[in-house]
Write a protein that binds this ligand. Structure first.
Ligand code: F6R
Length: 596
């Protein structure tokens, strides 16, 4: 997720482009850049936050320009990889938010035709394609360029000698701001609120030409589109959160897109990588902290089920105390931030022991990525809320993909099951959306939790880690004491704590654990504990044993943690909101834990 701004008017562009960009910093903050069209095209960019760029900004005169704040997904954060990118003739500057899936093939072709690249990014192909397509009309050239790419984008372009900003979008947000004698384009309205509250939402597949005189919108077929402007009544604070009350909720609602982006490009060529996941290891060890550890636990079930590879788990803070084994496992380190001190120490220790290391992280260029042999990037975009939500879901996606690749390499997954797993993963964004659409039922279910002192979460097998994660979410943001338990363990102690004031949340999917889960739920109900069950949409038995049931779309049980987790995240969120807790910044917690 990156932030884009474009301006065309009569004022000096630079101040507007920087001020508006700062409003988008929550979308990305590892590097930033700006291009202004005056007498000639001037471009300035650097690694780091926008304030740093601003401090060293040279004088840039001109009334048209674009700017960008980056969250790296392809190519580490660096000055070279920062946007805007300029073509070989120096006429065009371009900024992009999204992922160009076929960039490697396009880059090879462009290099063969003599184009010189200056960065490692997927984006740079766009500006070289634009240069080739240009025949006197930048809009036509951009439309032509976008026909050649596979992937997702919001893109904005300026050309030296022109007062137009040309923009287009596919699956990434873009909005046009309407002023008097000046017009704007941006990734979202947050950037524009200092300048206008009249906006035109650019729809998927559409493009726009912005000049001081006006704005023209075009549909996919090139027909001009007329649209009434919308009036925005949000404050800047509201807008940063996209109208959601908290970043955490916004980030939960971003999960369908985060899953989609993380799968992009990986599902199709899952079998032909020559990397670690496709190699044969006799065992795997997954190491992580906190929520990432719960994702790792799900990963253990997935890797063992799909590839028959024995998999062990270690908390990163404990890894150094575990004895090394003669047979070296593949060590998988899971960390959304890539900066967690315990996980970094474990990565170093694993390499010291001679193990191959594979990191799953959300932050390109983070320290962890420099400490391991191979990296898989989840593409969740920046997560501002302290509680991990969309990064957790995409860690699960990464671990499913790893399990599938290992299964293919070991011959434990045949073409039929590969086909059906691919199709289920592709449907996951849609299923998560269905869960989100059920938010009012989840919010109502918080009646059962909001006044509780203690809450138990129970599940079995692959949903045992899911309930651990549900309990962690509830405790960290609502300050209610919550414990996750393997459902079979309740009777070995915790049952003594259950009574009518202690609710139990039970993950009850119809798989080989179902009958035993129902028996555990009955045990709980017999102690008068109120039971909130989560089950498949077609489950007809749960209503008889639970006080309340939240339903999720029917998927193969192995994928059910993704959907149950979303329910549990929302349950924690709505409970904390009813209690008036500072959800995005829970007390005593930090987003990235850099001490051991
Ligand atoms: C909980 C949470 C933490 C992190 C943990 C590890 O919501 O976010 O438990 O999961 O601090 O952080 P990363 O994944 O950055 O290594």
């Amino acid at each position: 997720m990156c932030g884009i701004v474009g301006y065309s008017g009569s004022r000096q562009a630079v101040e507007i482009l920087i001020d508006a960009l700062k409003r988008l910093e929550y979308r990305g903050y590892d590097s930033a850049g700006i291009a202004v069209c005056g007498k000639e095209l001037q471009v300035y960019k650097d690694k780091g936050e926008i304030a740093k760029l601003q401090e060293s900004l040279p004088v840039m005169k001109g009334t048209v320009g674009i700017s960008h704040t980056r969250w790296a997904t392809c190519g580490r954060p660096s000055k070279e990889n920062a946007h805007p990118f300029v073509d070989c003739t120096g006429r065009f500057a371009l900024v992009h938010n999204g992922i160009i899936e076929n960039h490697m093939a396009l880059r090879r072709e462009l290099v063969a035709r003599g184009h010189k690249f200056t960065s490692e990014t997927d984006t740079e192909v766009l500006v070289h394609l634009l240069e080739e397509s240009y025949k006197g009309d930048t809009h036509a050239a951009l439309v032509e360029t976008l026909k050649k790419v596979k992937g997702t984008y919001a893109v904005a372009v300026v050309r030296s000698g022109s007062n137009e900003v040309v923009a287009a979008r596919k699956e990434n947000p873009l909005v046009v701001g309407l002023g008097v004698g000046e017009n704007f384009v941006a990734s979202d309205v947050t950037a524009l609120l200092n300048y206008t509250n009249k906006v035109l939402y650019v729809m998927d597949g559409e493009s726009a030409v912005i000049s001081p005189a006006g704005v023209r919108l075009f549909d996919e077929s090139g027909q001009e589109v007329r649209r009434e402007p919308s009036t925005i009544s949000w404050t800047i604070d509201d807008a940063e959160k996209g109208g959601f009350g908290h970043f955490m909720l916004k980030e939960i609602y971003e999960e369908p897109l985060a899953i989609h982006n993380t799968l992009l490009g990986y599902l199709d060529d899952i079998s032909d990588g020559n990397s670690i996941g496709s190699s044969r290891f006799s065992s795997v060890k997954i190491v992580a902290c906190g929520s990432s550890f719960h994702a790792a636990m799900v990963g253990k079930y997935v890797i063992e089920a799909l590839s028959d590879t024995p998999t062990t788990l270690e908390l990163a803070s404990e890894y150094r105390y575990s004895p090394g084994t003669k047979e070296l496992p593949l060590v998988v380190l899971v960390s959304q931030s890539g900066e967690t001190a315990d996980t970094l120490a474990a990565a170093r220790e694993a390499r010291r022991r001679g193990c191959k290391t594979y990191a799953i992280t959300n932050v390109v260029g983070s320290t962890l990525t420099r400490e391991v042999d191979e990296v898989f990037y989840t593409r969740a975009g920046p997560e501002i809320g302290v509680a991990a939500t969309k990064t957790y879901i995409t860690q699960l996606v990464a671990l499913y993909l790893l399990g599938m690749r290992m299964g293919i390499a070991r011959g434990t997954i045949g073409p039929d099951s590969l086909r059906s797993m691919r199709s289920e993963l592709r449907s996951m964004p849609k299923h998560v959306r269905t869960v989100l659409d059920n938010s009012s039922a989840i919010e109502e279910a918080t009646d059962m939790l909001v006044n509780a002192r203690d809450v138990f979460f129970i599940g079995r097998n692959i949903n045992y880690p899911t309930v651990l994660e549900g309990a962690l979410k509830l405790k960290e943001i609502s300050y209610i004491h919550a414990e996750g338990y393997a459902a079979g363990e309740l009777k070995h102690g915790p049952l003594a704590l259950l009574d009518a004031h202690t609710p139990v949340v039970a993950a009850c999917v119809k798989d080989h654990t179902y009958d035993k889960m129902l028996a555990n739920v009955a045990e709980v109900a017999a102690r008068d504990s109120p039971v909130l069950a989560i089950g498949f949409e077609d489950d007809t038995e749960l209503n008889a044993v639970a006080d309340r049931v939240i339903r999720i779309p029917k998927v193969s049980p192995i994928f059910s943690p993704m959907l149950i987790t979303v329910v549990l995240q929302m349950l924690a969120y709505y409970t904390a909101r009813r209690k008036g807790c500072p959800i995005d910044k829970p007390r005593n917690l930090a987003k990235s834990v850099t001490v051991e």
